[in-house]
Design a protein around this ligand. Structure first.
Ligand SMILES: [Zn+2]
Length: 203
């Protein structure tokens, strides 16, 4: 596949809709605790090359993603309902490991991780019209009662950052290759998605 499309002058809205594989790396993802709210339009991981993701995980509109989903129990001792995530690239194995580690956290912290709001869902991202990572089966949304979303935090032309997702949960996801939507200027703090290239590329 072509890594670059040779266009260096894309605007932020263009990058959200027409990212090349190289464009995915334009904004580096900060590992570990956030020291300050993300800068304007710093959304590491929201640039996705649709062709690459469809090739890896399939096109959910064509029914290619669902047959590759695996079921696993989420927080089996605490909540225990079955969730579905793709088996491609071993994402299901990574999420099993995430579940086991969150299970060992204190009750008041792991409360943010259940009930979950969803995993696989063949839909588009509301503000870009692009395929959602939920449609590839690589994303999970945790407890909505602990979540904050940029759209509801707009004030006088800017966005006021807010987060209630515990740092311990974020650290466990990152260890297993999932980025967190709480590190985006356009934050979505219940959202985690399997993007190892952003976490492990320079290690
Ligand atoms: Zn999500």
């Amino acid at each position: 596949m072509p890594v670059s499309d040779g266009v260096d002058s894309k605007t932020f809205p263009e990058l959200l809709r027409h990212a090349s594989i190289m464009d995915q790396f334009r904004i580096s993802y900060p590992r570990g605790p956030l020291e300050k709210p993300p800068a304007v339009d710093a959304d590491p991981g929201r640039f996705r090359n649709t062709a690459l993701f469809m090739k890896m995980y399939g096109d959910c509109q064509k029914g290619e993603v669902a047959p590759r989903l695996a079921s696993l129990p989420w927080l089996s001792k605490t909540w225990g309902r079955s969730i579905r995530i793709t088996s491609v690239n071993g994402v299901d194995k990574q999420l099993r490991a995430v579940s086991a580690e969150i299970e060992a956290l204190p009750g008041n912290i792991k409360r943010a991780a259940y009930p979950i709001a969803g995993t696989y869902n063949c839909r588009a991202v509301a503000d870009t019209g692009q395929p959602s990572p939920h449609g590839y089966g690589i994303a999970i949304d945790l407890n909505t009662a602990f979540s904050d979303y940029w759209y509801w935090r707009r004030h006088d032309g800017s966005i006021i950052y807010r987060n209630r997702m515990p740092e311990q949960i974020v650290a466990i996801f990152e260890k297993h290759g999932f980025i967190w939507g709480g590190k985006w200027y356009h934050f979505d703090t219940m959202h985690f998605e399997y993007r190892p290239e952003l976490l492990w590329a320079d290690q």
